[in-house]
Design a protein around this ligand. Structure first.
Ligand SMILES: Nc1ncnc2c1ncn2[C@@H]1O[C@H](COP(=O)(O)OP(=O)(O)OP(=O)(O)O)[C@@H](O)[C@H]1O
Ligand SMILES: [Mg+2]
Length: 316
């Protein structure tokens, strides 16, 4: 079961963090893509980077990789600047829109990149990454004949060359069919089990929910939520079938600190603490609302993401 633990602080890791981002600002001329972002990622954590198009996810990832320099702020990968050889050796990257030369085979491409990276045991390394991404059977096929899902897997395979400890996967599942998405999910879960630290951006919230230990939501260049995903604390959403609900009644519910949406006859109430259902029913009765049914729902990441974006929108 998923809940977003709203009270848990993201505790700074005891040892050296895998990734440290502090006060990061990134501008492209007049466009400010990232407006002061900070977070720490402990080793082995899998972090989902969420946010609408243009929020600044890819810009953040590229600065973390040292592909582009920050306008302000600091990034450290295992304690080193991302542009250093020590940091580069430990990072892997799968870009948003991977491109590979279409006349080469998967094996040729990976062998080429392994050579560029100065990897000693090229053959073993290429075999390993092909296996990890389920591309062994397609290793001698030209990439021009690959499906989109296979190209995405090849990009992840490339990111794994040299066995890096931290992976930056920018929308690895974008444009994939349900089967391809499932395969990608399984690949990332395998990498997680092998102890990799992963930063993965995606718009597919159910995938993020299945894969990640934590989500960071970015909107307009700022972090609007940074939360652990864990199954211990119940985050309750209650759905009530209710008619004749007045604006005063809705206001009374909101004063309780609950997040309330009413589309007659469906009333959904988020942020309800366990045991508060009788209070909700009492308030509805006080306002002469007609209650037909009450159902507890597990909040999905999608519900919570929408809620975060609504709150972010109100703050702006
Ligand atoms: N090289 C660039 N030059 C100018 N502006 C850029 C450049 N790269 C990104 N931007 C702008 O920076 C902002 C953030 O873009 P970014 O690609 O980081 O967002 P994103 O969260 O990855 O979005 P998406 O979900 O669409 O991939 C956008 O307004 C974008 O137009
Ligand atoms: Mg992007």
């Amino acid at each position: 079961m998923l809940t977003l633990n709203r009270t848990t602080q993201i505790v700074p890791p005891a040892g050296e963090p895998a990734l440290e981002v502090d006060g990061l600002v990134k501008s492209y001329g007049k466009v400010v893509a990232v407006r002061g972002i900070g977070f720490l990622v402990p080793k082995g954590q899998v972090v989902g980077l969420l946010g609408p198009n243009g929020a600044g996810k890819s810009s953040t990832i590229k600065v973390c990789l040292g592909l582009t320099l920050p306008t302000r702020g600091i990034v450290r990968v295992f304690g080193s600047a991302p542009t250093t050889v020590e940091a580069r050796r430990r990072m892997g990257y799968s870009p948003e829109t991977p491109y590979f030369y279409p006349f080469l085979t998967a094996e040729e491409i990976l062998t080429f990149y392994a050579g560029l990276q100065g990897i000693k045991s090229v053959r073993t390394s290429v075999d390993q990454v092909l296996r990890a991404t389920g591309l062994e059977a397609a290793r001698r096929r030209k990439v021009g004949h690959f499906s989109k899902g296979m190209v995405q897997r090849l990009a992840v395979a490339q990111s794994l060359l040299g066995d890096p400890e931290i992976l930056f996967l920018d929308e690895p599942s974008s444009g994939l069919d349900p089967e391809g998405r499932l395969e990608m999910r399984q690949i990332i879960q395998g990498l997680k089990r092998s102890g990799k630290t992963i930063l993965v951006s995606s718009h597919i919230l159910s995938d993020i929910e299945a894969i990640c230990d934590r989500v960071i939501v970015i909107d307009a260049g700022r972090i609007v939520a940074d939360r652990l995903l864990d199954g211990e604390m119940p985050a309750l959403e209650v759905e009530v079938e209710v008619r004749a609900l007045s604006d005063e009644a809705l206001a009374a519910l909101r004063r309780m600190g609950w997040s309330v949406h009413y589309d007659e006859p469906r009333l959904s109430v988020l942020n309800l603490q366990p045991g508060q259902e009788p209070r909700l029913l009492a308030l509805l009765a006080e306002h002469h609302a007609q209650v037909y049914q009450l159902e507890r729902k597990k909040a999905t990441l999608e519900d919570i993401y929408m809620e975060i974006m609504r709150q972010g929108g109100q703050e702006k």
